[in-house]
Design a protein around this ligand. Structure first.
Ligand SMILES: Cc1ncc(COP(=O)(O)O)c(C=O)c1O
Length: 364
């Protein structure tokens, strides 16, 4: 196998030229680490695809026939050993929109949707946007990691919850849910006639040794109840270009996604689509492998630095992604340590409880 070349971050002066949310929210002397955008140059395959589009002004609407679904089928097979049917994929602007559009169709207003805090904060709003109501079933601390609380989920389903919004891999803990828990989740959902919407946006960032199990790959029950929403946007830093995919594996769930008006698909960004096709192509695999090497180095470096300089901080390396979920309560830096860190170190972090008040009790 060819040696993997780690992908390196751009110099800080160049990053400060960026105009995205990450680089514009705070003054120039603050190091912004509060939003999930990466600090790498674009993968050369993606830069080339976008440069071609700029050269010929290929900036119109997305076409009704595109190579996107086929490109994802190849990616899913190569990276996860997951067989996807291209005919069961539709695109939309972003993962958030895919989640809302699916929730609108699998719940009626006022019905409850299970979320598993601490979790990506907009999940709470997306459920409300769809007219549904949040049912919280926090993740469970296993002592060395986190897992779905299947008993809690069963109880919520028995009490009438209609859907589960799964985050796999999980933001913010970086947990890759294992096949056994996903299989059990699918079984529970099937027994109770509930849908599982699996947000798999961080999947391409699962470290090889952790593996990643696509929800729709675990069982017939999962294929019956499940919807996966995926995107190249986190791994390849394409969030502003707007392209995500809704994937199904059963006739009924496919019918639900096909019943969405064509406008849902038209909201896909042309640049997002072109970039995603390039990202999912085999030519981008070496770049993604190099990125994973760098993210592995970074998570190990962070663990080492914390244990040397802040031994009271608690951190578990993520299985996937580039987020760090760190408990700083032992440092005695007040109720909201992110305020002090911003003031004194000029580093902008997210405040844990924004991911759910349960965050306060997430380490033992
Ligand atoms: C778990 C998760 N889902 C969704 C999103 C947002 O994705 P999008 O910009 O495609 O809506 C993020 C962004 O960080 C995320 O972490």
């Amino acid at each position: 196998m060819a040696a993997v070349t780690p992908v390196r971050a751009l110099p800080l002066e160049m990053l400060r030229e960026r105009t995205s949310e990450k680089w514009r929210e705070y003054p120039d002397d603050v190091l912004p680490l509060f939003v999930a955008e990466t600090d790498f140059a674009l993968a050369p395959t993606i830069a080339a695809a976008l440069e071609r589009a700029i050269r010929v002004g290929d900036t119109g609407y997305v076409a009704s026939r595109t190579p996107l679904a086929e490109a994802f089928v190849g990616f899913a097979e190569r990276r996860f050993g997951w067989s996807v049917d291209a005919a069961r994929i539709r695109s939309t602007a972003d993962v958030s929109m895919g989640i809302v559009e699916i929730l609108r169709r699998v719940t009626t207003p006022g019905e409850r949707v299970i979320v598993t805090p601490p979790v990506y904060p907009p999940f709470f709003e997306l459920v409300e946007e769809a007219g549904a109501v949040i049912e919280r079933v926090p993740l469970r601390d296993t002592g060395t990691g986190w897992e779905l609380d299947l008993d809690g989920i069963r109880a919520a389903l028995e009490a009438g919850a209609r859907a589960i919004l799964l985050c796999n891999p999980h933001n913010p803990t970086g947990t890759v849910h294992n096949a056994a828990s996903l299989t059990a989740l699918a079984e529970l959902a099937a027994v109770h006639g509930a849908a599982v919407i699996s947000d798999e946006i961080h999947a391409p960032l699962a470290q090889p040794e952790a593996g990643f199990t696509p929800f729709l790959s675990v069982s017939d029950a999962a294929r019956k109840v499940g919807y996966a929403v995926v995107s190249a946007s986190k791994a390849f830093n394409l969030a502003g270009l707007k392209c995500a995919l809704m994937v199904t594996a059963d006739d009924e769930t496919t019918r639900v996604v096909r019943s969405m008006p064509v406008e849902v698909e038209w909201r896909t960004g042309q640049f997002g689509l072109l970039a995603a096709v390039a990202a999912f192509s085999p030519e981008s695999d070496p770049w993604l492998d190099g990125l994973l090497v760098t993210l592995d180095e970074n998570r190990r470096l962070l663990a080492e630095l914390l244990s040397t300089h802040l031994p009271a901080a608690r951190y578990r390396m993520p299985d996937a992604g580039y987020l760090a979920w760190i408990d700083l309560t032992g440092l005695g830096w007040g109720d909201n340590p992110s305020k002090r860190i911003l003031r004194e170190a000029k580093v902008a972090l997210h405040f844990g409880p924004a991911f759910g008040a349960e965050a306060r009790a997430m380490y033992g």
